[in-house]
Design a protein around this ligand. Structure first.
Ligand code: BGC
Length: 740
């Protein structure tokens, strides 16, 4: 029986193989992942109608844009970013949709990530948030943000990576790699010069080419060239009179022309203002344009986007050539092949303990110990039996608020909860409110579990706090800013450098009541500290996400040894910051960056201004000794490299990590240059007593400045100094060398 069936089976098998082969041969090129991506792009493009092409260039809902349903090319779904995956919103609204399966892990704000000075933390961050985005079926993550910290009043500094272009460049790249390993595009924002929130939709930024290329662009350039970012978001503001979302200079000349970017340019939400410019000046996808909701309701609003019907009409009439839409669609198809149509991408994961642990680790590495007189910290729990915690930020959830980065976190351990959990069995811990900041309890559908309303007067709150302080062994004040309007928040800048809500007074009164005082400042910005000479211990914490309280408690208790350093300068007063000293800030229709390249420590160095706390500053519970700085040669040629080395020893009794910084100083130059500039850093982990040698190898790129006349980077022959430092003002040693 079986024998007689054999030829028949053989025939059927051959038929299957043959059919399969035909099917394979017929697989359209754009679906064949073995074909080069550019061939697939051209093939898909050749199959599309004009209407299908235009439909890809603008939103179809608040956060999505159309695919090509007929060809099986999926829609694009974007999400904020940059600290966690935003909850779902309604199709056509900013309002939260009220899903029950979209509570994310909130990661620390990017200021904290930058403060770790640890590229491995950045990779871990990107990998983790990328997994969350992937699981939620998003293929564009709206982040990271790398706008440079020009003024401490910028409401969105907490979403960025500080004042130094080198630090931001090095820290942004692994984040992008981590995200994109999940088949999710990182959308680096906001390109470019979005350094303030006041008048962000209208202001035209005037900046000279040196500052543009040396300060404001490097982190974007690194994102594109080293990070291979698949998406960039245009900024709201203008540059050279054109909106950044459709800007000939920024997008066509620099991003695509000079840097060779082949990804998509996405507009900021509502950042498109003109159809012709949007067509010709480098934009690919338009999102969030304003529609009045009446004559242009949800059913047709998207048809009226600048890159929708108006674009289609111009194409149909022949006034605009089809090549213009093809250019955009090529970029968008490339995005699809890299993300949604990559069948090998992983599946992601969401709200996991691993992600929470990653957030906690990053937070522990990013918290900065600013001051620690008398070894006030870590808390010695064998002696400290009565602890008083004061301040609204000890109990206030901070994963909500702040604008588009507001999250619906799966859970959030506030500082108070973290401290009680860690120390509650060893000490009696009390709480006093101290001041009232913002007791808002609802944020776009997220209802806080803790009631923050407080009926008592400021005097009553201070009286209670100081009375309890007198009865305590240690007082921990936890305050700072929050994510309400005019603080660390999108859409508005801060109004002043001082702490809000009467906090300086509360701190001063607490100090009078109990000298054993720790101040924890939670913010994404520098604040004034008029009490700095009194208060023995000061900790800079950040918006640290889901595990913020756990991380803070482990630093305070000494389970984790602080190892973060500041990614921006803390000035004593606003006038010590160059944007404020030289103006302009905030400008009106125009803002001119008169300070040029002298931003942050480049300014305080030049003017010999003593900062409150310098860039790169951060203490540890152990101490480090630096050896002599050496160079492997006396000089280099334009094509050479030179290596500087220094030994660092942990001279204390605890394991710890030190961030060793390399600055380069050009001793004589034809153009004005900063006194020194960061060109290398390494976080080195040392066991108690351990010593390691840290080396930095640089080439002429570390010695160059941007010559605006030549429009090129130039390294001028002459003598340079390699400065090894523990902060911008704590120089440990130098060695000079020549460039021939
Ligand atoms: C912000 C972007 C954000 C977008 C979408 C805009 O207002 O500037 O950073 O990604 O909204 O929420």
């Amino acid at each position: 029986m079986f024998r007689s069936l054999k030829p028949v089976l053989g025939f059927i098998l051959a038929g299957i193989i043959c059919l399969n082969a035909t099917a394979q041969n017929k697989l359209p090129v754009y679906l064949d992942e073995n074909k080069p991506i550019e061939e697939r792009v051209e093939d898909a493009l050749s199959r599309m109608t004009l209407e299908e092409k235009v439909a890809m260039c603008h939103a179809q809902s608040k956060f999505s844009s159309a695919g090509v349903p007929r060809l099986g090319i999926p829609e694009n779904w974007a999400t904020d970013g940059p600290h966690g995956i935003r909850p779902e919103v309604l199709w056509d609204e900013w309002d939260q949709a009220g899903w029950t399966n979209d509570s994310c892990i909130a990661f620390p704000a990017l200021t904290c990530l930058a403060a770790t000075w640890n590229k491995d933390m950045s990779l871990l961050y990107g990998k983790s948030i990328g997994e969350e985005a992937r699981y939620r079926n998003k293929n564009i993550l709206l982040g990271p943000g790398v706008n440079i910290y020009r003024t401490p009043l910028n409401g969105r500094n907490f979403e960025y990576m500080g004042e130094d272009p080198f630090l931001a460049s090095k820290m942004v790249v692994p984040y992008i790699h981590g995200v994109q390993a999940n088949g999710v595009a990182a959308c680096v924002k906001h390109f470019a010069l979005n350094n303030q929130e006041i008048a962000r939709h209208t202001v035209n930024v005037n900046v000279d080419d040196r500052a543009l290329y040396e300060i404001y662009l490097p982190a974007f350039k690194a994102s594109v060239q080293e990070g291979q970012a698949w998406a960039i978001m245009g900024a709201y503001n203008k540059y050279k009179g054109q909106w950044a979302c459709h800007n000939q200079y920024l997008l066509n000349d620099i991003l695509r022309g000079e840097w060779g970017f082949d990804g998509v340019v996405v507009s900021d939400w509502g950042g498109v203002n003109n159809t012709k410019q949007a067509i010709y000046n480098g934009l690919d996808m338009e999102f969030g344009s304003w529609t009045d909701g009446l004559s242009e309701g949800a059913s047709n609003a998207y048809e009226n986007y600048y890159l929708a019907k108006p674009f289609l009409k111009l194409l149909q009439s022949g006034e605009v050539k089809e090549e213009e839409v093809d250019k955009k669609v090529r970029n968008i198809l490339r995005l699809a092949f890299r993300t949604t149509m990559n069948t090998k991408r992983p599946w992601g994961s969401f709200g996991t303990p691993e992600h929470a642990a990653a957030g906690r680790k990053i937070a522990e590495e990013g918290i900065v110990l600013l001051q620690n007189k008398n070894n006030t910290l870590p808390i010695d729990l064998s002696k400290t039996k009565r602890i008083l915690v004061v301040g609204e930020n000890a109990i206030k959830p901070m994963t909500v608020g702040g604008g588009s980065s507001s999250l619906k976190a799966k859970y959030e351990v506030a500082p108070w909860d973290g401290i009680v959990k860690r120390m509650g069995t060893q000490a009696d811990i009390k709480y006093a409110r101290g001041y009232v900041g913002d007791p808002t309890s609802k944020y776009n559908g997220v209802v806080l579990k803790r009631d923050l309303t407080e009926p008592r007067s400021a005097e009553e709150l201070i009286a209670e706090a100081t009375q309890l302080a007198k009865e305590s062994d240690l007082v921990i004040f936890i305050g700072g800013l929050n994510k309400s309007n005019n603080q660390d928040c999108e859409g508005h800048d801060r109004k002043h450098l001082e702490l809000p809500y009467n906090q300086d007074k509360v701190i001063t009164e607490l100090y009078k009541a109990n000298k054993n005082l720790v101040v924890v400042n939670i913010s994404g910005n520098a604040v004034a500290m008029p009490w700095v000479n009194e208060v023995p211990a000061i900790v800079q914490s950040w918006y640290n996400g889901t595990e913020s309280g756990t991380a803070l408690a482990s630093i305070l208790a000494g389970d984790a040894n602080p190892s973060g350093k500041l990614p921006f300068t803390f000035p004593v007063k606003l006038d010590d910051n160059s944007a404020h000293k030289l103006g302009e800030y905030p400008g009106k229709e125009q803002v001119t960056y008169n300070e040029g390249i002298f931003v942050g420590y480049r300014w305080t160095d030049k003017e010999k201004i003593k900062p409150l706390f310098p860039f790169g500053h951060g203490l540890s519970y152990t101490t480090f000794a630096y050896g002599k700085v050496t160079a492997d040669k006396k000089g280099i040629s334009q094509s050479d490299k030179i290596t500087f080395s220094v030994s660092v020893k942990n001279t204390g009794s605890r394991d710890g990590a030190e961030i060793v910084q390399l600055y380069i100083s050009d001793l004589k130059s034809s153009l004005p240059r900063p006194v020194k500039e960061l060109k290398g850093f390494e976080k080195v982990y040392l066991k108690a007593g351990e010593e390691k040698t840290v080396s930095f190898t640089v080439d002429k790129s570390a010695l160059s400045f941007f010559d605006d006349k030549k429009h090129d980077w130039v390294a001028e022959a002459g003598t340079f100094e390699a400065i090894v430092a523990a902060s911008a003002t704590d120089i440990k040693g130098k060695v000079s060398f020549d460039l021939k």
